[in-house]
Design a protein around this ligand. Structure first.
Ligand code: TYM
Length: 333
């Protein structure tokens, strides 16, 4: 019997160290949603190679990301956790979807333009095709919702366009997914320049807090965070982008509302406020880091999770792919 729960899909690339931006915008949302939805979470290693990766490093980061997912509270018994390259349907569907996507659409993607500027010596086809592979990921699992940070909004829109286009040409084939964005925390800013998003690959490492940073490093980075003029700890992203960014981080790590967060720091100077946010983050990350380390020591368990995840993911993905092949006229035996 089919169950009536909605389907949720999301993924993170195993590149560099994850930041608390990735955690807040994506993974922390997943943890809350895993009981409500049928969840599929991928490690997007096929997306990762659109920028040159050192092979041993990519392999290592794959298991690290899996351990982190689980340490953050994603339960492999409740969700499907798998590695993108273990399910060949992703590349296969991406090829088909390429023929429903226009070059002009891909050239207009902000992330493509940004990454092309950053990696001018390697503007490869994969970098440009990245959103189509992402559409394939999402559509293979007939996903209803996709919780991501705001930087992925444009990719979600193109996924919806491609799905709708295909459904209109043939007949309803794909669920048209909705993006799920946090009201606060969908775009965590860089601590040294809150107008920029906190990024795994930022040039200034002081602006990004990594999930693996130790307590002293975390606190040092928060102490150095830029604030704004005035001295009141108020959530006002327009006029106080630095302070508001820190409040967003505090809210994400404590589950408090804006009002509760502001009340916690009423009458508090910026210095004490920054220290308190740093301590809160360090306290919350310490057990996650310890659990990640513990899991990483048990490679057999992690590989077992990936193996089971790949089998379950493949079972779903294959059904969608054969439906697509049938509709477009691929002769099937
Ligand atoms: P990636 O690996 O760049 O980022 C992973 C997730 O973290 C979110 N994020 C942020 N959220 C808030 N503030 C920030 N500063 C911040 N930085 C990153 C991202 O929005 C993302 O949700 N293309 C995707 C991976 C992917 C995917 C998919 C996602 C591949 N296939 C299918 C959803 C569905 C990416 O590169 O994420």
């Amino acid at each position: 019997m089919e169950n009536s729960r909605k389907k949720l899909y999301s993924a993170v690339q195993p590149t560099n160290n994850l930041t608390i931006g990735n955690y807040i915008g994506a993974i922390s949302q997943w943890v809350k949603l895993q009981d409500e939805y049928d969840c599929v979470f991928a490690i997007a290693n096929m997306h990762a190679i659109t920028v040159r990766q050192e092979p041993a490093n990519l392999r290592k980061r794959t298991l690290e990301l899996l351990a982190l997912y689980i340490a953050c509270g994603i339960d492999p018994k409740k969700c499907i956790l798998y590695l993108q390259s273990h399910v060949p349907c992703h590349a296969e569907l991406a090829w088909v979807l390429n023929t429903f996507t226009y070059v002009g659409e891909m050239e207009r993607m902000t992330q493509f333009k940004d990454k092309s500027a950053k990696h001018a010596d390697n503007i490869n086809m994969g970098l440009m095709d990245y959103p189509v592979l992402m559409a394939a990921d999402i559509l293979l699992y007939q996903s209803d919702v996709v919780p991501v940070g705001l930087d992925q909004r444009q990719h979600l829109e193109i996924t919806r366009d491609i799905a709708t286009r295909f459904n209109n040409i043939y007949s309803p084939t794909f669920t048209v997914p909705e993006g799920l964005f946090l009201k606060v925390g969908a775009k965590i800013g860089d601590l040294s320049d809150p107008s920029k998003k906190m990024s795994k690959s930022a040039e200034n490492v002081n602006g990004s807090v990594f999930m693996t940073d130790d307590r002293d490093t975390i606190i040092r980075k928060f102490k150095r965070a830029v604030t704004d003029s005035g001295n009141e700890v108020k959530y006002d992203p327009q006029n106080k982008p630095g302070v508001s960014n820190l409040i967003s981080i505090y809210m994400a790590f404590t589950g408090k509302t804006v009002e509760e967060a502001e009340a916690d720091f009423a009458g508090c100077g910026y210095g004490d406020f920054k220290l308190a946010v740093g301590e809160t983050v360090a306290d919350k990350l310490a057990p996650v880091q310890a659990e990640s380390e513990r899991l990483l020591a048990d490679k057999g368990y992690l590989e077992g999770v990936l193996k089971e995840g790949a089998e379950r993911a493949f079972g779903i993905a294959r059904k969608t792919l054969s439906k697509v092949y049938r509709k477009i006229g691929f002769y099937q035996l």
